[in-house]
Design a protein around this ligand. Structure first.
Ligand code: 9MR
Length: 716
């Protein structure tokens, strides 16, 4: 919750949700003009649908009889049609709805439109690679949120580049030697790094822990499916690209290092416990780039919940990082063990709700579920009896409520323990593992039933639209995806994919909650740097940033003013000041990234996994004579973000030597050739290409090179 002092925008800038939220059959709080609403009455996933996935749309209409839907391709030809299913009044949205199901249509293409009763949907695609861009964009969010490192234009483009934040360089006060709040401790701690939580500059262990766990878990899940290459080294634009470690794990490590720095050192009171959070002493104004934050930073009292979050995330680290970096895995395990022991000795140090000056409280006074999750991870990592006993003695091991009605979340972590025990081989009796697995599928069945009962097929209940409801939707989808993995039942995959439809436009507002994905997407999320709505020189949030979503509690002034009387699923406004409906946060983007990676994976029927390279190179020999040749090299940026400054490398297979080059600076060492941009052509926009030429000598034959790498990442 970032309390912003600025509410200075005129009403004309209140875009998006209000205008798109029309055609409500319940009294509309917004007074949206009917004409604007009518064009948006057919709600689809605005990015599109997978050829082998479910394809459903929701129609907002007062009609009570079945209508006819028509699917038109880009040239306007009707390629499929059928009857809609009337669903009547839908409580969460307050709308009267019908559902169009065109799942049986499996042809691929771009620019489809669904038309019902004279109203047309936003255009959308049907293709197997639909989620490739979201897979990398949603994961790139974490790199953008990094504290303590410059965000480099060569990785993110110049609009999103910024100096390192909170490295103790004025006007920043931290985070290299951060004191505690008064009476908490008498020393300072280096807690640099990690990810900023959200639109604020706080770093909170409970939220960082669950987010890291989800990022690493997405890799683990892909590994179990044999599809981890898509998340492997050089698949993301992170500085660690090319280090031999999967990029997703590199990203998680940035936060893991921070989480371990938050542990109270040996010899100090509460050694092994973990400080609950570190943030500004007072809320900062909007906008505010991280390196400009002048507030003193403070460590807040250790908590049992934070300590167990570290224990869980670090134990998972020990398991998953071991093949790549055994020393790091050992360090993680040692931190996890210490945290566990300290939490057992201090089982009731609760973070209070009142501690919300300058940062969010992340209060939690029930930590038995954190104990269960941490014990499950420590048991999975070590197989040791003491951790197994902690698992089996926990009330959460047998409780029917481990998957709460509102899904899992930063304060409700028992479900994560169940997911670990259901998916990671462990020494529990087979019958116990079967029971745990059945609890995952039972929870997924509950979500499917809820979706089937709602016109927008949302897995959350009508009263479940609270702060961060979009994260809750994505978390529920994870449970369905895991159930699908455990059972092979396609209904669960369909449920998980259908929640993506909700996030990307098939919802009460006809709006994609993910920036840059979908015809009409949220773009003014609450963030201190991506604050274009407040300062036109600053960027909008980068593509792939998920808004918190509808929150019927209207917990910020602008939501309270503009959304009074809203139906729960329509309590959202795309305004930068609405931190209670429109902030971004690591714990919401993490399940989105998990889900995007899952959805981007090709199913057995969905075709081959495409190369994950972000570049494509052609090498054309233009001229060849007895001792020499000229060739044109064209490199295309097939990734989602701009390349700013490039280096293309290859090896000559036939003893060729470059003697001159144009439009690039080319050097050669043995067979290895290194071509760098010529300055003026340093930027390659997504989808764009640059060409350069080489002249060289050969020794009789002139075979073309085949493997090219852009900035260390293999091209196709
Ligand atoms: O996601 C958090 C939500 O569950 C709480 O109800 C809310 C109020 O305490 O805080 C949310 O988390 C915010 C945190 O406190 C500060 N950084 C931004 C987070 C997302 O809005």
């Amino acid at each position: 919750m970032s309390l912003s002092p600025s509410l200075r925008l005129p009403a004309t800038l209140l875009t998006g949700a209000l205008l798109l939220g029309g055609l409500m059959t319940a009294p509309a709080a917004t007074g949206a003009p009917a004409a604007a609403a009518a064009t948006a009455a057919v709600r689809v996933n605005q990015v599109g649908y997978l050829p082998d996935g479910p394809k459903r749309a929701t129609v907002v209409t007062t009609a009570t009889q079945s209508l006819t839907w028509q699917l038109r391709n880009a040239s306007g030809t009707v390629v499929a049609s059928g009857p809609t299913t009337p669903r009547g009044a839908d409580a969460p949205s307050g709308q009267s709805l019908q559902v169009a199901d065109f799942s049986s249509y499996r042809e691929t293409g771009a620019g489809y439109v669904l038309t019902v009763d004279g109203h047309s949907s936003a255009p959308f695609d049907i293709r197997a690679d639909l989620y490739d861009a979201l897979r990398s964009d949603s994961m790139a969010f974490f790199h953008h949120q990094r504290s303590g490192i410059a965000i480099d234009a060569s990785l993110v483009g110049s609009a999103y580049a910024r100096p390192a934040g909170h490295l103790g360089i004025a006007p920043n006060k931290g985070d290299t030697a951060v004191p505690c709040q008064a009476t908490v401790c008498d020393y300072t701690q280096d807690v640099r790094g990690g990810w900023y939580d959200a639109g604020d500059h706080g770093k909170y262990v409970v939220n960082g822990g669950i987010s890291t766990w989800l990022v690493v878990n997405s890799f683990e899940r892909a590994q179990r499916a044999g599809k981890e290459a898509a998340l492997g080294d050089s698949t993301l634009r992170v500085p660690e690209r090319g280090n031999g470690v999967p990029d997703v794990l590199d990203e998680a490590r940035w936060e893991l290092d921070f989480l371990m720095r938050m542990q109270v050192p040996e010899g100090k009171p509460y050694a092994g416990m973990v400080f609950h959070k570190i943030h500004d002493a007072a809320w900062t104004a909007m906008p505010m780039r991280p390196e400009q934050d002048p507030q003193p930073r403070e460590l807040h009292r250790p908590s049992t919940a934070a300590t167990l979050n570290l224990a869980a995330a670090a134990a998972q680290c020990a398991r998953v990082f071991r093949p790549y970096d055994p020393a790091y895995a050992d360090r993680c395990l040692s931190a996890a063990r210490k945290a566990w022991t300290a939490a057992r000795a201090n089982p009731a140090l609760y973070a209070p709700a009142s501690d919300s000056t300058g940062g969010g409280a992340y209060e939690d006074s029930r930590v038995t579920d954190e104990f269960y999750w941490a014990a499950a991870e420590l048991y999975a990592a070590t197989g040791e009896g003491s951790y197994r006993d902690a698992v089996t003695a926990s009330p959460w091991h047998t409780s029917a409520d481990a998957f709460s009605a509102y899904g899992f979340g930063w304060a409700d972590t028992a479900a994560l323990g169940r997911i670990v025990l259901a998916t990671v081989p462990n020494g529990l009796p087979a019958a116990d593992v079967a029971r745990i697995r059945a609890s995952v599928t039972a929870a997924a069945d509950g979500y499917l039933a809820r979706m089937a009962a709602q016109g927008y097929a949302v897995p959350v209940p009508a009263d479940g639209y609270f702060w961060g409801s979009n994260g809750e939707v994505a978390n529920d989808a994870i449970v369905m995806a895991v159930a699908g993995e455990l059972t092979g039942d396609e209904r669960y995959r369909a449920g998980a994919l259908e929640t993506m439809d909700y996030l990307l436009g098939r919802n009460a507002l006809g709006l994609s909650y993910v920036t840059g994905h979908g015809e009409t997407s949220a773009q003014n999320q609450h963030h201190r740097f991506w604050a274009h709505q407040l300062d036109a020189s600053l960027p909008h949030p980068p593509a792939g940033s998920l808004a918190g979503g509808p929150n019927s509690a209207l917990q910020d002034p602008i939501a309270a003013e503009k959304l009074a009387g809203c139906a729960p699923a329509a309590c959202y406004i795309d305004h930068i000041d609405s931190y209670s409906t429109n902030e971004v946060a690591v714990n919401w983007n993490a399940p989105l990234a998990w889900l995007a990676a899952y959805a981007a994976e090709r199913s057995s029927t969905g075709g081959e996994e495409p190369p994950t390279a972000a570049c494509a190179v052609t090498y054309t020999v233009n001229n060849v004579w007895n001792t020499g040749f000229t060739a044109t090299v064209t490199v295309r940026n097939t990734g989602p973000t701009a390349v700013d400054g490039w280096r293309l490398t290859w090896a000559y297979p036939g003893g060729q030597r470059v003697t001159s080059a144009w439009n690039a600076t080319v050097t050669q060492d043995g067979t290895a050739v290194d071509a760098r941009d010529a300055g003026w052509n340093r930027t390659i926009a997504p989808g764009a290409a640059v060409s350069f030429g080489v002249q060289g000598t050969h020794t009789g034959s002139n075979p073309s090179p085949t493997g090219f790498a852009l900035d260390g990442g293999a091209c196709v």
